[in-house]
Design a protein around this ligand. Structure first.
Ligand code: FES
Ligand SMILES: [Fe+2]
Length: 407
């Protein structure tokens, strides 16, 4: 395990504005320090309430070396319970999702109620008290229908404090009245920070994301590909701002707030002229969400903590999670949300709905894995960030601050 003085030396040697030293991306002990200090308490989006609508519905959420059963009890409450039997530690739920009236361990048959309390065990000594052997609980909080889970709730900040800051950006989409239309998993061979660094900059968008670049006019404007591009985007943005203001819709970006080491921010900006949403032809792909009155060419994005991100367009939302499994494997999980009453085949086509972010995520997986391969090789030395990577730099600064704090 790294001593704090070794960590301090690594942090001290960091050159501001440059990428991290190799060990931060490759070292198992550093990963353990991250989990202990700030990843464990992190609020992560585990799912959406629509994925477990009925009593007994559950899914298994896996991150940071933990397996967690997220289950709805008879009273409607959602519990997040470590998927580890309190007898000798066998895994209880073996399927990624399902329905159960009791959670039963297959090894010796102990069973648990949906709130984690022991329902039955056999031949256990008299002096043992069932109530002391309930499944271990994780923190659960619901934000706009999203189920947030913290593996170390005692160290986690009050989610209400961080979320009230961004609620005004999300409220018009009424995400609590959506349902999950699709979930896709992308296994990333690379450290979780390489995924976040990639997510927070669009320096790579022009060379790597033709579909995203066509949908989002800011990419070419930020790249200043020509004077005409910059001027026409400025004019478009101004007229879009006026339209949004007239409709009473919030635009611009919130401050980044950090609560207990967990960042949170949101913002709304225009797509490209004529793009109603993120789709192949720029036309709508699903019924308008919540209180969105009509297509206004906007997109709202933001983060909840370091690991969960969200993007909403007028007719669907895409929720993105980076779930570190180990120092060099990150599971990226995307879920697409549509209005709760939307019917597949009638109101939307799943392939059409998923097209933009599936393409973009597969492209990202490929470049992040290239990044991981280079960063892990002997020839790697830190390199300088460009002017278009300021949010990535900001992430690295926040990360180093957390790593340099006393344990
Ligand atoms: S390990 Fe679960 S009942 Fe024994
Ligand atoms: Fe990307």
């Amino acid at each position: 395990m790294y001593t704090s003085s070794e960590l301090h030396r690594l942090v001290r040697e960091h050159r501001p504005g440059w990428t991290l030293a190799q060990l931060f991306y490759t070292d198992r002990d550093i990963f353990e320090v991250e989990v202990e200090r700030f990843l464990g308490p992190q609020w992560m989006v585990a799912g959406h309430v629509s994925e477990i609508p009925n009593h007994g519905d559950y899914f298994v959420f896996e991150a940071l070396g933990a397996s967690v059963i997220v289950v709805r009890a008879a009273d409607g409450e959602i519990h997040a319970l470590h998927n580890v039997c309190r007898h000798r530690g066998a895994k209880i739920c073996e399927q990624p999702s399902g329905r159960a009236s009791l959670l039963r361990c297959r090894y010796h048959g102990w069973s648990y109620r949906l709130d984690g309390q022991i329902a039955a065990w056999r031949h256990m000594p008299e002096h043992l008290n069932k109530s002391e052997h309930a499944l271990r609980r994780c923190g659960v909080s619901i934000f706009e229908g999203l189920i947030l889970v913290s593996l170390m709730p005692e160290k986690a900040p009050d989610p209400a404090v961080m979320l009230q800051h961004v609620r005004p950006y999300w409220s018009r989409y009424e995400l609590a009245k959506t349902r999950t239309a699709a979930i896709r998993h992308y296994r990333l061979q690379g450290n979780w920070k390489l995924g976040i660094e990639n997510n927070l900059e669009c320096y790579h968008c022009l060379p790597s994301h033709p579909e995203y670049t066509t949908t989002n006019a800011f990419v070419r404007a930020d790249e200043q590909t020509s004077e005409t591009v910059v001027e026409s985007f400025a004019a478009y943005r101004q007229s879009w701002e006026e339209r949004m203001r007239a409709a009473g819709t919030l635009t611009g970006r919130s401050e980044m707030i950090t609560t207990g080491g967990q960042p949170c921010r949101a913002g709304t900006w225009p797509l490209a002229p004529g793009k109603l949403t993120g789709s192949r032809d720029g036309q709508g792909v699903a019924p308008l969400l919540g209180r969105v009155g009509g297509y206004d060419e906007s997109v709202t994005t933001g983060c909840i903590g370091f690991l969960s991100y969200m993007g909403a367009m007028c007719d669907h939302a895409v929720q993105v999670n980076y779930l570190p499994q180990s120092v060099d494997v990150t599971l990226v999980v995307l879920r697409w949300l549509v209005r709760a009453d939307a019917v597949e085949g009638r109101d939307y086509d799943a392939d059409n709905l998923c097209w933009l972010w599936d393409e973009t995520t597969r492209q990202d997986k490929s470049i992040i894995e290239l990044n991981a391969a280079g960063v892990g090789s002997r020839g790697y030395v830190p390199g300088p960030y460009s002017n278009l990577e300021s949010m990535t730099q900001d992430f690295v600064d926040r990360y180093l601050k957390l790593m340099s704090e006393p344990a």
